[in-house]
Design a protein around this ligand. Structure first.
Ligand SMILES: *Cc1c(COP(=O)(O)O)cnc(C)c1O
Length: 393
């Protein structure tokens, strides 16, 4: 039984759907009527997997972290998405959607970006596939993330500053959607996480599901069984987590543990703990859990990690939280930094700040010595070195 997958109407339980302006309906319908057929097509699969292998460098290793395992008294495997080309899992989705866009006859890709990671992945793929690329990014974020802006420009993308609201991710999404409304015929909107109107959350989950497909094979080889006791991943919108849990959603032997950005603490209003604190509402085309004020407007989310400070979350996670299929931990800034320093010293791996939140969850759990844990290291920490060095100074 598939209890946790999306249904025909695009809902995960009561969450999801497609709440969009009239002008976008034909484009979303077009996408909904095309995506499954294309994704399951043999020639798509061949091209996608060839690029994942030869361009991204997949399969990413499943590494038994000996010293980390010893510290927590169980067997911890790290799924090394940090070793992918461009340094994170985001490239899996960007390649898949760009291949889909090409098959739909679109030559112009638009995307939003917060810290710039999804923007860089998208610009990379557009260079590779010779497609026009327009990236919307909050003006404040552009100032904070200069290097990523320069990378996108070098890759040939046009970076458009979003100047509404707080000039961050939320505003970049709104302006990208507005632009899409007026260029809907020829542009393809490449969403970077498991969020947005149906079919995006399901499509992104399917494209990232290569992560759990590999985990199954790799665990079989290394452990003689194809499932772990625990899966742990961080959640911003939920794409690396979706990839990690996809093939295990309905396997109740596997416990799912999700880490979100606690920021400065749940009791402060500087947090991104959407699953623990959010209330039901509609954001960027989907019904989901949202951190909002009394008037029902989304509040600005805060986390030290640039990939986790989104006031909403993918509808799948609202459902998993409500159904108690997943355990959710809010990991505060200081806990994430501590976890990153620990992994660096124990294993010689500097994780992305986002991934450090998943590592921070280990501290809050009790393990049995025979437990097999798979934790996804969603990205590498090169982009976060300054934060790691300066924190607490
Ligand atoms: C963007 C990003 C995330 C958060 O996005 P999800 O869609 O929740 O995976 C996590 N880790 C890294 C390294 C990222 O770049």
């Amino acid at each position: 039984m598939k209890k946790y997958q999306v249904n025909q109407e695009g809902y995960y339980g009561e969450f999801g759907g497609a709440y969009i302006p009239e002008v976008l309906k034909p484009r979303i319908d077009e996408l909904r009527n095309t995506y499954l057929q294309v994704l399951e097509d043999e020639s798509f699969q061949r091209e996608f997997h060839q690029l994942l292998r030869d361009y991204v460098g997949r399969p990413s290793p499943l590494y038994l972290a000996h010293r980390l395992s010893e510290k927590y008294g169980c067997k911890i495997y790290l799924k090394r998405e940090d070793l992918n080309h461009t340094g994170a899992h985001k490239i899996n989705n960007a390649i898949g959607q760009a291949l889909l866009a090409k098959r739909m006859g679109k030559k112009h890709i638009i995307a939003e970006t917060g810290a710039g990671q999804h923007g860089v992945a998208t610009a990379t793929v557009c260079a590779l596939m010779d497609m026009k690329c327009t990236i919307f990014m909050g003006k404040t974020d552009m100032e904070r993330q200069r290097v990523n802006v320069e990378k996108m420009k070098m890759l040939g993308a046009e970076v458009v500053p979003a100047t509404s609201g707080t000039m961050t991710l939320n505003d970049a999404v709104n302006e990208a959607l507005q632009y899409w409304c007026s260029h809907a015929e020829d542009a393809y909107y490449l969403i970077g996480s498991a969020v947005g109107p149906h079919p995006y959350p399901d499509m992104v989950a399917r494209l990232q599901s290569v992560i759990s497909e590999e985990i199954r094979k790799q665990l079989m080889e290394q452990e003689g069984r194809d499932y772990p006791d625990y899966l742990i991943a961080c959640v911003g919108g939920g794409s690396n987590a979706a990839g990690t849990i996809y093939h295990y959603l309905d396997d109740e032997r596997v416990k799912i543990v999700l880490a979100e950005g606690g920021g400065k603490g749940l009791e402060t209003n500087q947090t991104a703990a959407t699953m623990l604190l959010g209330k039901t509402g509609i954001l960027h085309g989907a019904k989901t859990l949202i951190i909002q004020n009394e008037k029902g407007e989304p509040e600005e989310a805060y986390s030290i990690s640039p990939g986790l400070d989104y006031p909403g979350v993918g509808p799948l996670y609202a459902h998993l939280t409500q159904q108690k299929r997943a355990s959710v931990f809010a990991i505060n800034d200081d806990e994430a930094i501590r976890a990153a320093r620990l992994l660096t010293r124990l294993e010689g791996i500097i994780p992305a700040l986002e991934s450090s939140h998943a590592l921070g969850a280990l501290e809050k759990m009790d393990f049995h010595p025979t437990d097999i844990v798979v934790l996804t290291v969603s990205g590498r920490g090169d982009k976060d070195i300054e934060t790691y060095l300066n924190y607490g100074k």
